[in-house]
Each structure stands twice: as C-alpha cells, then as structure tokens.
Design a protein around this ligand. Structure first.
Ligand code: NAG
Ligand code: NAG
Ligand code: NAG
Ligand code: NAG
Ligand code: NAG
Ligand code: NAG
Length: 440
C-alpha cells in the first residue's frame, strides 16, 4: 500500500471516530437537559431515530403520530403534525425540532382534535408547532415533559413539504382513496376506475392499504412501479381496534372506519405542494364531467370564477350493480376470470333523493384546506361551491341506495361508454401486466 493511501485511511478513521464520538454525545447517559440550539459538527440527519412507519406510537402517551408537514398558513406556527389522539387523555405537549445538525429548544404545542370523531375514543388530531428562528428543520417530535428528556427514546418524524425538497413535477389532479381493508379484491372495477381516472387527467392516486387480496396487490404493485399509484401501508389494527363503520353504537371500536378521516387529511397535506387539486372519493366512484372531455378543461372553465374556492362539492349518483345493460356488448370474454364488477355493464342511474340530506364528495384545492372530513371540509381558507350535477358528478357503481326504486324509475346513462374505445385496451394492458389476463 502506498504511504499516501495509508495516510488517507488513517485520516478517514479519525474522522469516523470523531463522528462516532459526537453521535454518542447525542443521547447522554443521565439527565439530558436540552440546551439552546447548539451545533454538533456538520449537519447530521437523525435517520437512526427517524420513524420508518406510517403510524408511530408517541412515547409516554396513548397517542399516535402519523406525519409532519411544514405549514405556515396559520399565523405563529410553522409545522403541523397529523396524529391519532385518545381524546380523553390530552395533556400539554412540547415540540422539539431537529434543525439540520442541532436540536432546537422546545416550544409548546397546540393540540386540535378534529370535530368529526363520531364519538369514538380516538380521533384525527392536528398538533401545531412553532420552530425557533434560524432552525432549518428536518425532523420534529413531541415531548410530554419540557425536560429532562432522553432523546434516544424519541422517534422523529421527517418533515414533508419543505420548500427545498419540492422538486417533484407539478401535478394537476390527485385522487385520495382512504383505506383498503377486509382483503378487498374487486380487481376488475379497481382497474377500470384507475384507467378511467387516467383518461380524465388524474396524475396520481394515493391509497392507504390496511389489507387487500393477492390479485389486487399484484395489480397495485404494477401501478406503483409505474408511479401512478402511491401506496401507504396502513396497519392501524396493529395499534387500535378500528371500527368498520362510523356509528360508534353499531360498529364498536377505538377509531372510526379504519382511520378514514386521518388518511384523508394526511393525503391532502401530502399532496399540497405538488398537486393543484385533490379528489376525495371511494374507489367505486368515478368523477365524470358531462360537458367537458376531461377534468383539466372543466376546471379551467371553472377556475376564473372560482379561484378562491377551497371545496367543490359534487353529487354522487348510484348506479345499482344489480341491473345489467341488456345487450351484454361489454360482457367481454377476456374479463370472465377477473374478479369484480364490470362498470361498463351498469348504465342505470338513481336520482338522489334531494328531499333528504345527500352527502357530497369533493374536489379541493389543498392549499386552501386546513382540516377535512369525508363529505365536507371542516376548516378552510377559501369558499365552497356546489357544482351543478349536470356539469359534473360521481358515477358510483354500488349496491342500490334507493331500494324502493324500480328499474323503470332509473335513468339510462351511458356516459362511461364514451370512453370505451381507449378504456378497454388500457384495462387489458394493466391486467396483463399483473398476470391476471389469460392470453388466448
Ligand atoms: C436513554 O435511552 C436509551 C435507549 O432507550 C437507554 O439505553 C438509556 O439507558 C436511556 N438513558 C436514560 C438516562 O434513561
Ligand atoms: C436545510 O437543510 C437541507 C437538508 O439538510 C439542505 O439541503 C438545505 O440546503 C438547508 N437550507 C438552508 C437554508 O440552510
Ligand atoms: C396540467 O394541466 C395543464 C393545463 O391544462 C397542462 O398543460 C399540463 O400538462 C398538466 N400537467 C400534468 C402533469 O398533467
Ligand atoms: C396490503 O396490505 C396487506 C396486509 O399488510 C399486504 O399483505 C399486501 O401486500 C399489501 N398490498 C399492497 C399493494 O401494498
Ligand atoms: C382489541 O380488543 C381486544 C378485546 O377487547 C383486546 O384484547 C385487544 O388488546 C385490542 N387490540 C388492540 C390493538 O387494542
Ligand atoms: C379461466 O380460468 C380457468 C381455470 O383457471 C381456465 O381453465 C380458463 O381457460 C380461464 N378462462 C379464460 C377466458 O381465461
């Protein structure tokens, strides 16, 4: 070995030793009192402490943290943590930031439990934190005591939506699908819905996966590799007994509907800096413009008049899946082995009963939304517009909602067929990629 190389190795070892020493001083053995922001050598990412999970139990509490985001829209605050909090156990909390190389002083946290908790013991909760000046924050966590604190007991959340990390291409439309559960395996309808979204101009579909069937997993892995679908694993039942419904009296549990409110809010914040609009709907619902070819041209027509609108509310019309189009022209042989509903076979639409409350689904401008529920936004920085159903509505292929209606009382609606020429080969391609189409 040349002497120069030897020196380089020694130097490297010394540098490494220096870093290890510094690293070891981070979690000291006894009563660690948080100092004023203090530099520890070069910026070090606390990846050794960062949570790798989508749900992180908060030390010494009954709460869980989900994600942290930069958010300076509310005066006096810099970051927002979305969590799942036990509502009867809210105590003061303190925010602490990791500022690209040093720890910040603690600041007191502002805890806001969302009003839509449906009476369940746990609910979606925002925690607002203000960071000290001159802190280039990369991670944040919450403490129950101001000090002392053993920092190696903390799991840190990486802070998303930092301006410096905003290099992703700008998207127009993101669809948020709250939670897949119960080994859901409606493969054909899922594929058709995703391909319809694509044809309508959707750029990204975010899906929270609690559990789904093996075929659907294969399908989704293909879409995820392609970058169209973003899957977030959501093992909520590892931590809580989540309810399968939203009525606490009927479906007992700790948290409403697999944490639907939590995931919808997480999805809006995740999309805030990268997508102009976000759609909140279920996978069996397809947004459908009736006077435009796609979502871009529709929103461009609406935008000049409604630029300050935070939530566009749309009706969702049920197409009962028990009634089939009689000619069977879209009962295609290549799909006979694919499990699930074929949306092209259902063309009869229920008019919603407008005399009773009819829950809407939404398109939102995420930058104008602070907190959302399922059918309406709870806190926002903009207005609301109810989109006329003749212009745009959701096609919801589902079991009948108005069961008293007879077939003759439903409306024929073949709007989906306008897309069949492109839809069918695209669906076939996706199924084939997942190995779900037997070639003949
Ligand atoms: C700090 O936490 C680490 C890891 O959990 C533990 O090994 C250490 O003993 C703790 N120190 C104190 C002072 O509690
Ligand atoms: C903040 O930290 C990030 C990551 O450590 C770095 O890329 C960025 O340049 C820093 N920004 C400033 C203003 O120091
Ligand atoms: C977003 O919409 C604009 C205007 O309609 C269009 O030019 C652009 O290509 C779209 N971007 C994406 C990623 O689809
Ligand atoms: C969804 O979650 C289940 C249960 O953890 C897992 O077995 C499956 O592989 C996941 N599917 C995808 C597409 O991530
Ligand atoms: C769910 O409820 C059962 C029965 O009440 C209990 O034994 C179990 O520990 C709970 N699981 C979680 C994750 O809370
Ligand atoms: C459907 O699956 C069965 C059994 O796996 C197979 O024999 C049959 O050829 C398949 N049919 C089509 C149309 O792919």
């Amino acid at each position: 070995m040349e002497i120069r190389n030897y020196r380089a190795v020694v130097l490297l070892l010394m540098v490494a030793y220096f870093f290890i020493t510094v690293f070891n001083t981070l979690p000291p053995k006894t009563n660690w009192v948080i100092p004023k922001p203090k530099r520890v050598s070069q910026p070090v990412e606390p990846s050794f402490l960062a949570s790798q999970q989508s749900i992180t139990p908060l030390t010494n509490t009954k709460h869980f943290l989900v994600s942290a985001f930069m958010d300076q829209r509310v005066k006096g605050f810099d970051a927002r943590i979305i969590g799942i909090f036990r509502r009867d156990s809210i105590h003061p909390l303190h925010c602490i930031f990791f500022c690209a190389g040093f720890l910040s002083e603690t600041t007191s946290a502002s805890v806001l439990v969302h009003s839509d908790h449906f009476g369940f013991p746990f609910g979606a909760t925002d925690v607002l934190c203000s960071k000290p000046e001159n802190c280039n924050a990369t991670h944040v966590t919450l403490l129950t005591k101001q000090n002392p604190v053993n920092i190696s007991d903390q799991l840190w959340l990486p802070i998303r939506n930092r301006k410096t990390h905003n290099k992703e291409t700008r998207m127009n439309f993101t669809v948020c699908i709250s939670t897949l559960f119960g080994d859901y395996n409606n493969v054909l309808q899922f594929t058709q819905s995703l391909e319809m979204y694509k044809l309508l101009g959707v750029n990204r579909v975010v899906i929270y996966n609690n559990s789904c069937g093996p075929e659907l997993t294969r399908l989704l892995n293909g879409y995820s590799q392609e970058g169209f679908v973003e899957i977030i694993q959501w093992p909520i039942n590892k931590y809580l007994n989540s309810s399968r419904g939203w009525k606490v009296q009927v479906d007992k549990g700790d948290l409403q509907y697999f944490g639907q409110i939590v995931t919808l809010n997480e999805c809006i914040y995740r999309s805030m800096e990268r997508s102009r609009y976000v759609l909140l709907n279920d996978i069996d619902e397809i947004i459908m413009p009736y006077q435009h070819d796609n979502l871009n041209s529709m929103m461009e027509a609406l935008q000049p008049k409604y630029s300050k609108v935070a939530e566009f509310l749309l009706e969702s019309h049920v197409f009962p899946n028990k009634y089939f189009e009689p000619s069977g022209r879209f009962h295609l042989p290549q799909w006979s082995n694919v499990s699930g509903t074929n949306i092209l076979e259902h063309i009869y639409r229920e008019d919603p009963d407008r005399k009773i409350y009819h829950p809407h689904k939404m398109i939102v401008q995420p930058k104008l939304v602070e907190q959302t529920s399922v059918h309406e936004v709870l806190r926002k920085f903009g207005g609301r517009y109810i989109v006329p159903w003749e212009l745009c509505r959701f096609i919801h292929i589902h079991v009948a909602r108005r069961t008293s209606l007879k077939l003759e009382q439903l409306n024929e609606d073949k709007r989906l067929w306008d897309f069949q020429e492109k839809l069918i080969p695209n669906v076939d391609k996706a199924l084939k990629r997942a190995g779900l189409l037997t070639e003949n």
